[in-house]
Design a binder for this molecule. Sequence first.
Ligand SMILES: NC(=O)c1ccc[n+]([C@@H]2O[C@H](COP(=O)([O-])OP(=O)(O)OC[C@H]3O[C@@H](n4cnc5c(N)ncnc54)[C@H](OP(=O)(O)O)[C@@H]3O)[C@@H](O)[C@H]2O)c1
Ligand SMILES: [Zn+2]
Ligand SMILES: [Zn+2]
Length: 327
Amino acid sequence: MFVALRACQCTHPITVVCHSDIHQARNEWGIAVYPLMPGHEIVGKVTEVGANVSKHKVGDLVGVGCMVDSCRQCEACAQDLEQYCLEGPTMTYATPDRVDGSNTMGGYSNSIVVSEHFVVRIPEKLDLAAAAPILCAGITTYSPLKHYGVKAGDKVGVLGMGGLGHMGIKFAKAMGAEVTLFTRSASKAEEGRRQGADHVIVSTDAEQMKAAAGHFDFLLDTIPVQHDLNPYLETLSFDGVHILVGLIEPVDPALHAANLVMKRRVLAGSLIGGIAETQEVLDFCAEHGITCDIEMLDIKNINEAYSRMIAGDVKYRFVIDMATLKA
Ligand SMILES: NC(=O)c1ccc[n+]([C@@H]2O[C@H](COP(=O)([O-])OP(=O)(O)OC[C@H]3O[C@@H](n4cnc5c(N)ncnc54)[C@H](OP(=O)(O)O)[C@@H]3O)[C@@H](O)[C@H]2O)c1
Ligand SMILES: [Zn+2]
Ligand SMILES: [Zn+2]
């Protein structure tokens, strides 16, 4: 059954550099398996389909995000939440394949073969390269905003403006929220406003943080390293929600529970989004004219790109045209 569905093949795909690729390549989460081929924001044209494929055909513009398989039967999968598959989703790279047990290999490659369920349609209106990061940076920020019902007039803070953060600003703005960027870098203030932020708070300025106390309904936290959550929680109103998408490590320094208890605040996390919702966010982007800000990258310079990302020196996603690999 599964093999019959393994059917879509893209050649010369475009792929993108996500900060998760750095965490994995450097084993910062302690779960990397080598050899490792990162890349989970992949777009290309279908070049071949298997006999039982009905969702896509040769020539279609398609995308593959962070997952390539799941059990498809559990409670989570049944709700189109494959990312929370109770048996564990098969991620696009560095996860054992469900059929042969080999490690999955991601998008820094010439082609990929994926089960049709995990392949999404790229709307024609979208520029392919600028759409590719929607498959991770986009869905990861869209999903929690949708899940927690962010709506017009809500006060939303986005923590960190990198690949995820700049998309978070665009989505929150498109949903009608009043958006504030929290950034370490005062120099990003103007850029933040250009992305759609109504306000900017420099998070290293204790006075600015204090002045925002009790203000926000929702915080989308994309910061990729341990950081003190307490000053951010204090900027939430009662019933405010702080969603972690960047931090996949112990919280340090410790969280003061009073920052939650005294105002019925919620601290939670969120992982990418399901396949149906990934299609939804692509369609949302086409409808609202949203794409990612990108810089093209030659794959030969990948190590330099990682260093630049860590230094915050990319606006805001590096995109690799894999055709350059052949040059
Ligand atoms: N949950 C999920 O499903 C999911 C999906 C994809 C990625 N992720 C994770 O989300 C995180 C962000 O990914 P990304 O690709 O957006 O990364 P990125 O492009 O490197 O952006 C991260 C941003 O966080 C801020 N930042 C970086 N280092 C910081 C530090 N030491 N202290 C405080 N702020 C810092 C910076 O913004 P400012 O300069 O504006 O402060 C930076 O631009 C990564 O950890 C990635 O693995 C999670
Ligand atoms: Zn990613
Ligand atoms: Zn499942």
